[in-house]
Design a protein around this ligand. Structure first.
Ligand SMILES: [Zn+2]
Length: 243
């Protein structure tokens, strides 16, 4: 990426360098710093290797991949909560390589979602990012995604407002978290498909985020929209009882 391309990328992501002229002045430096802060990078204002890699990823076109599952299932009512038995919070299998980013963005709530994917099937952040970009989002809408094996993956940098709950303005001031699953194997019926590993990681992640962001509410998408998502009642779940 040359200087002009860096400026064009910043501009397209909403960090205005005040001119795409190839000259790296104070305005471009300020835009680089704003981008770095939003993406949890060291904010030195220098478009080095890490910053350019993050810029490239942020502006990348959606990769052709697996088609998005049918989202119409989420229009059904929330399934009656199953008795799942208790699970203790536990660090995810990828805890050693996981870095939860800090941010100055005011946040007081976590909204849980499901990916609305069929029970028993694995999907990745790359899949969800591609679906969301095809819907016109700048990036994946969620900040964190919990895989079926319990791994916790970073989505959109937490310093950036998410795109997960436009209902009642809940993209603002919130962190959007999602688990892979949420629909029965038929692909049509909302179902709490959380594996024990997912439940343990979701509890752990929620505890970690409460501790670092001043969270006062843990909710589910279905509390704000006539949707099944995340296919269980967060208020009745152990997740909803952490604050
Ligand atoms: Zn949702």
């Amino acid at each position: 990426m040359n200087k002009r391309e860096v400026q064009a990328a910043l501009l397209s992501l909403g960090f205005d360098p005040k001119g795409v002229d190839g000259r790296f002045g104070q305005d471009t430096k300020a835009a680089v710093i704003a981008f770095q802060k939003a993406y949890g990078l060291g904010a030195d204002g220098i478009a080095g290797r890490q910053t350019i890699a993050a810029l490239k990823q942020a502006i990348a076109a959606p990769q052709p991949g697996r088609p998005e599952p049918d989202k119409s299932a989420m229009a059904a009512p929330v399934p009656v909560s199953q008795r799942l038995g208790t699970v203790a919070a536990a660090p995810p299998p990828n805890a050693a390589s996981l870095t939860l980013l800090a941010t100055a963005r005011p946040i007081d709530e976590i909204v849980w979602h499901c990916a609305a994917t069929a029970e028993g099937k694995d999907y990745t952040v790359a899949d969800i990012r591609a679906w969301h970009k095809l819907r016109g989002f700048s990036d994946i809408g969620y900040h964190y995604v919990v895989y079926r094996d319990g791994r916790i993956m970073l989505g959109r940098p937490v310093g950036q407002q998410g795109a997960h709950c436009a209902d009642q303005g809940k993209n603002r001031g919130t962190i959007g978290c999602s688990y892979v699953g949420g629909v029965a194997a038929d692909g049509k019926t909302p179902k709490d498909t959380r594996t024990p590993a997912q439940r343990a990681s979701m509890l752990w992640l929620t505890q970690q985020l409460i501790g670092r962001h001043g969270i006062t509410r843990v909710t589910g998408h279905n509390q704000y929209a006539a949707k099944a998502c995340p296919s269980f009642d967060v208020g009745r779940d152990e997740l909803g009882k952490l604050v």
